[in-house]
Design a protein around this ligand. Sequence first.
Ligand code: APR
Length: 169
Amino acid sequence: MTTITLVQGDITRQSADAIVNAANSSLLGGGGVDGAIHRRGGPAVLADCRALRASRYGKGLPTGRAVATTAGDLDARWVIHTVGPVWSATEDRSDLLASCYRESLRVADELGARTVAFPAVSTGVYRWPMEDAARIAVAAVRSAPTSVEEARFVLFDERAYEAFAAQLR
Ligand code: APR
């Protein structure tokens, strides 16, 4: 049974077996969580991402999928990169967002990671409404068949924290 915990803060300051990155399909970095993880994780993370692009993910990581790299200088063993869907008012992409969490937990299980820190995927640049994203994220983690002991949502601000707390009440 996975315990879900909430923390308000910077995910790059977390200690966990795996830290999940809200990446884009290029895996070559960006802003938000992606920028912070590469900044604090250091060049080893990008080097691993480039190796993935040169091998298994020649066309990039598809939306909803997850892949692990070294965590570099972060206080973690791995970074699990996942690509969230961009919010759409006309197309329901909820299952792609849920897949980010399911697939990240599946990769965590393959690695033997016991504690996984998640950001609120897709709720920044990709504009997914926070409340709906929290609902999808918590439901996906709760229903995932995983050996991960702690799934820790690390929320950057009070509004995000409250949105997730409401889902746990
Ligand atoms: N720690 C925890 N949460 C953070 C941090 C941080 N250091 N920085 C930002 N966040 C929060 C944002 O406030 C938002 O709620 O993470 C959530 C996700 O926002 P983004 O990082 O913008 O990710 P996303 O919306 O999934 O967009 C992904 O943005 O950075 C680029 O390369 C990335 O193209 C990709 C896109």
